[in-house]
Design a protein around this ligand. Structure first.
Ligand SMILES: Nc1ncnc2c1ncn2[C@@H]1O[C@H](COP(=O)(O)OP(=O)(O)OP(=O)(O)O)[C@@H](O)[C@H]1O
Length: 251
């Protein structure tokens, strides 16, 4: 589904990504971990096509198509979803209206008709129940005065509604209390299928107890320096990152 070959990326001419290779297939869950500032969010943003980042080298294919020149909206329409670490507020636009527009824009871009109102309502009801989201919450202005946990839950709601092919969840665990973490993780698990893939960026093994990854990658200084199974996340939780930094510096 996603094939990244040797990508290098800068922000304001500062080199952040220094040769990333990553292949994500349908049905897989990949976790990306790594110390603060190692480039995890940058990688997510570069895949999603946020324009602040300059891709200076490398190749990025999504379902066999080169996406490196596409803008973020086009990539979203192709089925790439990025949850934001710091979601934006849109006063006056409700959670429901925002998602309705997003769904219909995506359908339009893919040559489909707008979703019928009753079908949309059914979908909203189904997904909000799945994620245990209160009706009142759906009529609130997007992100305005949302608590950290509410913002995260809203993002997962957006993901559930849009049913992307590739979902990139950035620090989905930050700000969630234990119950919300479980609900969000269950929601992600229920949405997992043979046809989609998930990339989760997280600092803690805790989230990976709920969303069990097929692969765990460690990003350090703009490169993936180690990959493994979920056991690697356990090892990191126990030992921290120093041993990895030492391994890298002795190469
Ligand atoms: N807009 C920006 N302007 C300048 N530097 C930036 C910008 N965005 C990111 N950086 C820098 O790029 C580096 C990588 O940041 P990034 O957010 O990708 O790391 P991260 O691994 O996600 O970190 P964390 O775990 O702290 O969220 C950091 O040194 C950061 O300061």
């Amino acid at each position: 589904m996603l094939k990244i070959k040797n990508i290098h990326a800068n922000i304001e001419s500062k080199k952040i990504l220094r040769g990333i290779n990553l292949e994500v297939n349908k049905g897989e869950v990949h976790a990306i971990m790594g110390p603060n500032g190692s480039g995890k969010s940058t990688l997510a943003s570069v895949i999603a096509g946020r324009e602040e980042y300059d891709l200076t080298k490398g190749e990025m294919l999504f379902e066999g198509e080169d996406i490196s020149e596409m803008d973020a909206e086009e990539r979203a329409h192709k089925g790439i979803f990025l949850s934001f670490q710091y979601p934006i507020e849109i006063p006056g636009v409700s959670v429901t209206n925002f998602i309705k527009t997003a769904i219909n824009e995506t359908r339009k871009a893919n040559g489909q008709e707008e979703m019928k109102a009753n079908q949309m309502l059914k979908l909203i009801r189904e997904k909000s129940e799945l994620l245990e989201i209160d009706r009142k919450f759906l009529s609130r202005s997007l992100n305005e005065g949302f608590s950290g946990g509410e913002k995260k839950r809203n993002e997962i709601f957006q993901m559930a509604m849009l049913e992307p092919k590739l979902a990139i969840l950035d620090e989905t665990d930050s700000g969630l209390d234990i119950d919300a973490l479980r609900i969000v993780a269950n929601g992600v698990n229920k949405l997992r299928s043979e046809d989609n893939a998930v990339v989760v960026i997280t600092h803690y093994q805790r989230l990976l107890e709920y969303i069990v990854p097929d692969y765990v990658h460690v990003l350090y200084d703009g490169k993936i320096v180690k990959s493994g199974t979920k056991d690697l996340a356990l090892e990191l939780e126990e030992k921290g990152y120093d041993w990895i930094k030492q391994e890298v510096s002795s190469l």
